[in-house]
Design a protein around this ligand. Sequence first.
Ligand SMILES: [Zn+2]
Length: 261
Amino acid sequence: MKISFKRYFWFLSIFIVLLLLSSVTFAVSDYEEYVAKLNLDDLYDEYGDNIYKLDGNDYFVKILDNLTNRLDTKLHFEIHYVDSDVVNAYYIGDGKVVLFRGLLDRLANSDQRAAVIAHEMGHGVNDHIDGQLKSVIGLGIGSWLLDQIVGKDSSDNTYNLLKKFGLTLINKGYSRENEEEADLFSVKLLDKSGYNPSGAVQVMQILDRLNGSYNSELLELLQTHPNPQTRIEYMTKEIKKTTGKKPEYLSGEYLDLYFND
Ligand SMILES: [Zn+2]
């Protein structure tokens, strides 16, 4: 009797674990949608009338379409524009890209604008939210099991975890590895879509210059991304590899003139 109970318990445990794992795999995309919505709601709460979704005729959506045409992805991308001095751009999940005027105003050509959008798309196409979500859901399962033992309803807990994850994503951004992957992805996508991938290093030059002259509190992008010099180095290598040519950097004189305000 003792042995068969042990065996029964063993099978039951495996069954429960498999059940949980399969539900996690199926639920991740739902969670991503949910996290994207939480992130977006927070931004709409914060910026009110100063944030809105760009429609199909918008210049930036046309760039997004040019880039999406070269991609085989299930994601449906859209752009939310924030009319704010903050220099930033986010990918918040479920195809949602957020662009701030503070960054767009500093860009000088369509290659640079496409570079920013392609980088954010890179977070989406490479499933960066998914990867982070799995670990949060892993934590969620741990706390769910704990809740079952102490007899508590777990829905609040899961909500709080996801909410916290949503906030963390906006405040802290992605890992350095994820940022580098999105950067390298952007170089390749720009090249495939007929944009000059040099736009990507030019954006870094502009950010680097802003770093020394602009209100640092507004430079949110530099707080959540690797430093522009490091990004210029690895993107330069990627551009040489992809196009066989050196990137077209902005000259010091150009930057001096451009930032002479
Ligand atoms: Zn990024």
